[in-house]
Design a binder for this molecule. Sequence first.
Ligand code: APR
Length: 314
Amino acid sequence: MRKKIALIGSGQIGGTMALLAMQKELGDVILFDIMEGTPQGKALDIYQTAPITSSSVSLKGTNSYADIAGASVCIVTAGIARKPGMSRDDLISTNTKVIKQVAEGIKTHAPDAFVIVITNPLDAMVYVMHRLTGFPRNRVMGMAGILDSARFRTFISMETGVSVADISAFVLGGHGDSMVPLPRYSTVGGIPLPEYPGLSKERIDAMVARTRSGGGEIVELLKTGSAFYAPGAAAISMAEAILRDQKRVFPCAVLCEGEYGHRGLFMGVPVLLGAGGVEKIIEVGLTPEEKAALDVSAGHVRELIEAVNRSGEI
Ligand code: APR
């Protein structure tokens, strides 16, 4: 029997993920939204790509949570997206209310699912999801680090002219302006970035800064919404790692319980993703400067969580 993958939110990212999940034949896809007609219309359109791309899975659009029953993975984008001038944090009260509804729907209808949250502000929304579902920490995670490191990899490729296939990048911390891209653990053909011939510290610093504001750069250009192709691709790679037990090492927002010196908050750290969801958190040594930057980022995540708790929504 095919696995089932439920996409909660059928907006820009939800639609992108439905197309990718279908093309990769990850399983039968359920596309859910509260807007009547949107998931049904998108699902029909995307389903009609299947004969062209020879995909054998099915796709259904729905406004009913009952349809997510039996889903192995739920990916959540429900909520509002950023407009120019808004930070991710500006979305907090609206999206907390949305995640509350979604958590209830998942808990009731797909109690055994792995949950991947994309809705911003990410580190706070994945905290809300974890608290309200009560699922164990290996089953609730946020998508941010893969996207942030993909942005860093893209900028490194643009700068060096080397294929992204030979570039790896490492980003820790919250999914905000205080995220911590780590050049020392980012490599071009296995060579740490600071050692790569012809790459000055200034150029590396500029790429780090552009990575930190990578989402905002796209919001300013689009004017009507935020990035969706790369966020969708990133979340689908997490779902694939779980559904196909790939044992990938990805930076994901997971609940730290003492790892990297932090407890009780979700932030981006490298994890091993496989059939057990977050099977392991991988801890690496940090210099005092790197640790200080991570602590600043963690402090920002903690402020977001306090804002959620103060909002009285949960
Ligand atoms: N339940 C289900 N779906 C909802 C709810 C809800 N309570 N509230 C809103 N939605 C749906 C909207 O109807 C819309 O179709 O969520 C969808 C969001 O889609 P977009 O506005 O296109 O946003 P998108 O670009 O997909 O981003 C979604 O991910 O990266 C983050 O900041 C981004 O928080 C945003 C989220």
